[in-house]
Design a protein around this ligand. Structure first.
Ligand SMILES: Cc1cc2nc3c(=O)[nH]c(=O)nc-3n(C[C@H](O)[C@H](O)[C@H](O)COP(=O)(O)OP(=O)(O)OC[C@H]3O[C@@H](n4cnc5c(N)ncnc54)[C@H](O)[C@@H]3O)c2cc1C
Length: 508
């Protein structure tokens, strides 16, 4: 292990592996530090076994503080702690987002991040294959990451698509061309029935390079600073402490991990840091704020006419989704239900083993929470507060999505052909007040937390449009935490995009 590197990358997740690969290819001496271990668990690689990974060794297993507007519950926030990060645990669904998302980022004071700016980067990331995807990159450009339609469809998934069309939605053959609305087959980062993560596609192929050192089980506790210049990091492997020095550090530890490292290093809101006994290195009031997430809410069905067989090995538990605007006047769809070929029961629910779930989805969150320290010691609990459903507009969208999923369940394609009957919310939950109450009792994360190290040029921004930390030298942040506002759809693709951009900023 070298004592010094050109660049230390903290976190081998969606973005960190991309940054690492691009810098290594350019001859930069990189040390990549990852808290988790190798991606050796077979359940990582088989898409039908995704659910087994939660609460296991590859999950940070975060919980929020009790959520006042979600029936006082503590919400489980799984996050990948393994080579590949959350891309080793996720549903692999590939959604670029829509023009409005990135144009909005640019309007907020982030030149270079508009849709027209990011589109060529997406095209250069993706290696598209199979039928169904109609938005290939420019000819001759082929990226490192496989993106393919999630086919062949499970029979229940085809009927779910039919149900959506019976409600009047259009089939959208390629939601990645800038127009999201409609029901679609998901595009996924899979090849031959196996997960492809940025670890397997980007970083793993260069682990033998002489200018790359990868350390697993390496938990970064804090940044080393000389005044306001970052000089390296301090990390633990087991109970032993280590240090490595570098010209630059790039934090890719994710929406929870990156602000946690900053706060523990004394970079954050000065008053709050002092209040928990942390010495202040740089007063950056935005660190940990602007936390927001998409939310799901289970709508679960049993069947009487046909049995829903569990997905076979190599097949995803979810294959289709839809984007829908629940009210007029919205710039982008506010809902994205996602459809599972299994019943996705919460621990307090029960029902038959076979069935299917239309997980209502809210993707336009207005509620904002934050990540804070509870104390100065490295092992003191992080306080993660989504403040989920604090804004009534979020309840409006999620309740509308629940009602749409219920209506799909009553369609000829599902009730007629499969004998679908509703288990949750269940026939007793009727009327607007009861549905809103169900949403507060049953909503869970969509796994898309972002925003805690927001990019921008205002007083609450943490990084500038080139992802350099404000007021601290030698430090960049490159992961989902820098998104000023969450994109319309799943957040892996934009996180990987951020990794690509960060590498290009370092190398230019
Ligand atoms: C269960 C689940 C399902 C999801 N499904 C989808 C989906 O289908 N499609 C989609 O687009 N998005 C999905 N997402 C979201 C998507 O995976 C994330 O938005 C994306 O992976 C975020 O990338 P990142 O680089 O910001 O963080 P991560 O990929 O989480 O990487 C952060 C890395 O940093 C490491 N780390 C953190 N702290 C430290 C530390 N102190 N020291 C050393 N290392 C550290 C972590 O272990 C991790 O490897 C899902 C997420 C989850 C958890």
């Amino acid at each position: 292990m070298p004592g010094r590197a050109d660049v230390i990358v903290v976190g081998a997740g969606s973005a960190g592996c991309v940054v690492t690969r691009r810098l290594v290819d350019a001859g930069v001496r990189v040390v990549l530090l990852e808290a988790g271990g190798p991606d050796a668990n077979p359940a990582i690689h088989d898409p039908s076994r995704m659910g087994e990974l939660w609460h296991g060794p590859e999950d940070w297993d975060f919980y929020t503080v009790p959520q006042k507007h979600a029936a006082g519950r503590r919400l489980h926030l799984p996050r990948g702690r393994v080579l590949g990060g959350s891309h080793a645990l996720n549903g692999m669904i590939w959604v670029r987002g829509c023009p409005h998302d990135f144009d909005h980022w640019a309007e907020l004071g982030n030149p270079g991040w508009s849709w027209n700016d990011v589109l060529p980067i997406y095209a250069a990331i993706e290696r598209r294959s199979g039928t169904g995807a109609t938005s290939p990159g420019p000819p001759g450009i082929e990226g490192l990451l496989d993106v393919a339609p999630n086919l062949p469809l499970h029979p229940i998934q085809q009927s779910i698509v039919d149900a959506a069309m019976q409600l009047g939605l259009e089939f959208n053959p390629d939601y990645n061309d800038g127009e999201l609305d409609g029901v679609s087959v998901q595009q996924v980062t899979m090849r031959a029935g196996q997960r492809v993560s940025t670890w397997s596609a980007y970083a793993a192929p260069v682990t033998g390079a002489p200018n790359l050192t990868v350390r697993t089980g390496a938990v970064v506790r804090r940044l080393l600073l000389a005044g306001t210049r970052v000089t390296g990091v301090e990390f633990e492997i087991g109970n032993r402490q280590h240090r490595v020095l570098a010209d630059q550090v790039i934090l890719c530890a994710g929406t929870i991990g990156s602000p946690a490292i900053l706060l523990r290093s004394g970079i954050g809101p000065a008053d709050e840091l002092r209040a928990v006994g942390v010495d202040v290195a740089a007063d950056l009031p935005g660190v940990g704020t602007n936390l927001h997430d998409h939310l799901l809410c289970p709508v679960i069905f049993g069947t009487t006419r046909r049995q829903v067989e569990p997905p076979r090995p190599g097949r995803s538990v979810t294959q289709t989704h839809l984007f829908w605007r629940s009210r007029s006047g919205l710039a982008v769809p506010d809902t994205q239900p996602i459809h599972f070929s299994v019943p996705m029961y919460e621990p307090w629910m029960q029902g038959p083993e076979a069935g299917f779930s239309l997980m209502a989805g809210m993707i336009s969150p207005e509620s904002r929470g934050r990540v804070r320290l509870s104390g100065a010691r490295p092992h003191d609990e992080l306080l993660i507060d989504l403040d989920a459903l604090a804004d009534e507009r979020d309840v409006d969208s999620l309740a509308a999505s629940v009602e749409q999923c219920r209506e799909m369940g009553r369609s000829a394609a599902l009730a007629g052909e499969w004998g679908a009957y509703e288990l949750y919310p269940g026939p007793g939950v009727t009327g607007e007040a009861a549905v809103r109450d169900y949403v507060r009792r049953a909503a869970i994360t969509y796994h898309h937390q972002v925003g805690t190290c927001t990019m921008g040029v205002h007083s609450m921004a943490v990084v500038d449009p080139s992802l350099r930390a404000h007021g601290v030298n030698g430090l960049r942040i490159a992961d989902a935490s820098v998104m000023p506002r969450v994109t319309t759809g799943n957040t892996n693709a934009p996180s990987i995009l951020i990794g690509e951009r960060a590498a290009s900023f370092v190398l230019r």
